[in-house]
Design a protein around this ligand. Structure first.
Ligand SMILES: *Cc1c(COP(=O)(O)O)cnc(C)c1O
Length: 384
């Protein structure tokens, strides 16, 4: 059996090596390292893939979130509601801009931001909601967009984990994750579903005016050469990364189906296991049915009931199976984000999930033999 990895970047690269190497060498030869034609080409291709008017590439997914918030003109003291159960980048940029993060609980089934919790957190100072499409599946965007329109709030989608996922509204309208809110951010960190070979990120929007503002912000607030109209940042995707991304974008749907195939095999192996809750899609389905295609499995995350999760982590590692705990500590209990207004009783689900979740290896190169070994190692442990 091939050695099991949490993410197998080498295996994936080996299948596209020649194409990637040639394209990267072309960039090196062109010397157009920053803002070269490759970046523009990738931007256009991603716009058409997503069905969005503007993609603005930038240096990483954290910058993308920050720049989106800057572009919307959010001001110190504005309250921004986001999920307690996510990667810290989401809350970090809110705090960095001196906005006030308002963390709220998540839904136990989808792991995404809880709709009632959002409603309860709204105050006259609330300016924006940042749903995170956690582990590869959209938050309940239909409900979130409704709340936003009722209260005149911006919606910034943190789409670092769900590029390529589809969101289906009740009337059947289908949209790609990241093009539903007013603006969205994504990350091209190597292990993401669309990852480059370094850092990278992008902002998406259908709003022409906002896109213009953001294009200036990523480039030192310049709209005309050496005229600095607003305070900006330096955040660029380089041409080498764009060359890699353009090649991988053509394969994104097939990469995502490979992840879905792995998820399907995991689900099947865990069927009937009373101590395991497998991931669920947005419409009460498995997330992998042809009807909605809502889950692209950035992570395959189980909830473990009445078992010692940490002991399972150790057991898996001892048996050569890598795994992850995303995330072991709720953001509201992280030192950097403590806030006396928070009440533990408002974070019941997150407090539970941090004890129960475990993410199994998930990537495009998993084979049946590996999945069989992983699942039997999990099952034998929880049933002893
Ligand atoms: C990865 C990630 C980010 C940050 O992306 P970087 O490119 O690493 O800066 C932000 N939010 C979420 C949910 C992520 O998973």
């Amino acid at each position: 059996m091939k050695k099991i990895q949490m993410v197998d970047l080498k295996g994936q690269y080996s299948k596209i090596k020649e194409e990637v190497d040639n394209s990267v060498l072309e960039v090196l030869d062109s010397t157009a390292y920053i803002n070269g034609p490759k970046v523009h080409e990738f931007q256009k291709n991603l716009e058409s893939y997503l069905g969005v008017k503007h993609v603005i590439p930038c240096a990483n997914g954290t910058d993308a979130l920050q720049i989106a918030m800057m572009g919307l003109g959010l001001k110190p003291g504005d309250e921004v509601i986001t999920a307690d159960f996510t990667f810290a980048a989401t809350v970090e940029v809110i705090a960095l801009l001196q906005l006030t993060p308002v963390l709220v609980d998540v839904d136990p089934v989808s792991f995404n931001i809880d709709i009632e919790a959002i409603k309860n957190a709204i105050t006259p100072k609330t300016k924006a909601i940042v749903p995170v499409h956690l582990f590869g599946m959209c938050a309940n965007m239909e409900a979130i967009m409704q709340i936003a329109s009722d209260h005149n709030l911006f919606v910034i989608e943190d789409n670092a984990q769900a590029i390529g996922a589809t969101d289906t509204y009740k009337n059947g309208t289908k949209t790609k994750a990241g093009v539903i809110g007013h603006v969205a951010s994504t990350s091209f960190f190597p292990s993401k579903n669309l990852g480059c070979y370094g850092d990278g990120g992008a902002i998406f929007t259908n709003d022409d005016k906002l896109a213009h503002i953001i294009r200036g912000i990523v480039n030192h607030g310049m709209y005309e050469r050496y005229h600095h109209d607003v305070v900006g940042v330096n955040s660029r995707l380089d041409s080498v990364q764009a060359a890699v991304l353009d090649i991988k974008l053509k394969r994104l749907d097939s990469y995502n189906s490979e992840r879905q195939n792995a998820a399907r095999a995991y689900n099947k192996a865990f069927e009937g296991q009373a101590k395991i809750i497998t991931p669920t899609g947005n419409n009460g389905c498995s997330g992998i049915c042809n009807a909605c295609d809502c889950h692209v499995f950035h992570q395959y995350t189980l909830r473990l009931l009445n078992s010692d999760r940490d002991a399972l982590v150790k057991h898996l590692n001892d048996n050569g199976v890598p795994c992850g705990v995303y995330y072991p500590i709720p953001l509201h209990r992280q030192k950097a984000y403590l806030d006396e207004r928070y009440n533990e009783a408002d974070f019941k689900v997150t407090n539970q999930l941090v004890k129960e979740v475990i993410s199994l290896p998930m990537h495009t190169e998993l084979d049946d033999e590996q999945i069989k070994f992983i699942t039997s190692t999990v099952i034998s442990f929880i049933n002893t």
